[in-house]
Design a protein around this ligand. Structure first.
Ligand code: IMP
Ligand code: MG
Length: 185
């Protein structure tokens, strides 16, 4: 893991950030995930569902590694707001535009933490009778799980540290960082 320290400011917040996963580390892993997904979804009617807003960067890179036809759609759930701890309540803020009955759904999320978001969304989507539902997350914090949920595709398992960048925010900022960083102060 890279040990470089950056100072990054956004919205009046200045942070010390340690690089956990570089842009190159991420790109290489996203390519690998794309290869596996290409094999698993061959011949299927793939709908890729991104969870706003955190998944947008991972999703846009991942779908460009997928070589089979697909549609994209989005859902949004309530976020952590200004806190780094989950409220434990998941609220649907934006639903799909697309009907998924009889189709093969790949839900794409930035990170699985407690597991509440993906568990809630998977149950909701299952009730619409897709042929299959799978989940892809860039990051997994297994130590923090409150509910037993195992994603099908995981980019990286990481320790219990608050991370930003590559779509992940702190207080709505820092999503644009091209790497995954840990806030050190
Ligand atoms: P879960 O429902 O607890 O699994 O939380 C998933 C959501 O929490 C993710 O979509 C993120 O928005 C947010 N989250 C969890 N850990 C982090 C983190 O380290 N940095 C930024 N957001 C996080
Ligand atoms: Mg999120």
């Amino acid at each position: 893991m890279a040990k470089r320290v950056f100072t990054k400011s956004g919205g009046g917040i200045g942070l010390q950030v340690r690089v956990m996963l570089s842009a190159d580390d991420i790109a290489e892993r996203v390519r690998e995930l794309g290869e596996v997904i290409n094999r698993d979804f061959e011949g299927k009617d793939l709908v890729v569902v991104g969870i706003l807003k955190g998944a947008v960067i991972f999703m846009s890179d991942l779908i460009r590694e997928i070589k089979i036809p697909l549609e994209v759609d989005f859902m949004a759930t309530s976020s952590y707001g200004a806190s780094t701890k989950s409220s434990g309540v998941v609220q649907l803020v934006k639903d799909l535009d697309t009907a998924i009955e009889g189709r093969d759904v790949l839900v794409v999320e930035d990170i699985i933490d407690s597991g509440l978001t993906l568990s809630y969304l998977s149950q909701l989507l299952l009730s619409r009778k897709p042929t299959s539902i799978k989940t892809a997350v860039l990051l997994d914090k297994p130590e923090r799980r409150q509910i037993n949920f195992v994603p099908n595709y995981v980019g990286f398992s990481i320790p219990d540290e608050f991370v930003i960048g590559y779509g992940l925010d702190f207080n709505h900022k820092f999503r644009e960082l091209p790497y995954i960083g840990v806030v050190t102060d």
